[in-house]
Write a protein that binds this ligand. Sequence first.
Ligand SMILES: *Cc1c(COP(=O)(O)O)cnc(C)c1O
Length: 338
Amino acid sequence: MQLARFPRIRLAHLPTPLEPLDRLSAALGGPEIWIKRDDCTGLSTGGNKTRKLEFLMAEAVAQGADIVLTQGATQSNHARQTAAFAARLGIDCHILLENRTGSNDPNYNVNGNVFLDHLHGATMERCPGGIDMNAKLAEAAERCAAEGRKPYAIPGGGSNPTGALGYVDAAFELVRQADGIGLNIDHLIHATGSAGTQAGLVVGLKAVNAGIPLLGIGVRAERKTQEENVYRLALATADTLGQPNLVKREDVVADTSYVGPGYGLPTPGMIEAVEMFARLEGILLDPVYSGKGAAGLIDLVRKGRFKKNEKVVFLHTGGSAALFGYTAVFGEPASVAA
Ligand SMILES: *Cc1c(COP(=O)(O)O)cnc(C)c1O
């Protein structure tokens, strides 16, 4: 299967680094934990959506779009990377933000990713939590078309077969990179949400017969729903690549025990994970995705899920900009006397 058959605008900084986390591994007493730095994709503080957008935005350009629209939760990293990518291409960007967490913390609502969306020149619409955001997105795109514009709508998280190609490629990249340094990967772990990252990785790992078990740590849905979402998208992605029988249901594994009270809501494990990565490794996770993914990783290590000499790669999917929407969760006061 050749990814070069698909239009792509290459602006991610690739390959992203693959590095050992010596102090975290020592603090946990093994296994050997490595990190794949997809927080360093290079666009407006980085993150996993940039790989997907290389394929999605190429499709938008090929279709002659003059405005891209997308949707996400208020602190959406996907929305921020879409706004930055659009700015880079000179295309307008309109974002629908859902108040999915119900937070009224001013930092959550205007700082972090929201601030960056504005800085990149995107226009924004706020929506109440719990509504059908993809239906809202379709309506907004229809409104643009009625005004004579050429809209291109990107689903939440950029998760469709086109976007998932970015993570098929990431799987190829990781396997090549690990082979290059003689790293025999026993497990690959990452945070899974709208499913495109895990779906693309499953397809890419199977396509090269890597034999690396992949575990998605859920941030929203319960296990069965999450696995089925990933599986459905993996099948569609494999189909797009002309390999319809590549992925089996049992290739898709998610652990959704670390969601806590809900999407975007803090948990003690997330806070501990963000602080451990910051203090032991100088690496910024995020409170919604990679922090909960790392909380899962740390808990599974403590429960003895991995052998001491095994090599576990944590895919860092980015999101640190959202930290500035969550400062109160980490005990920072809203202001201090001058
Ligand atoms: C979107 C996102 C994820 C989840 O990726 P999906 O492809 O939506 O499953 C993980 N981490 C961060 C930081 C994200 O922004």
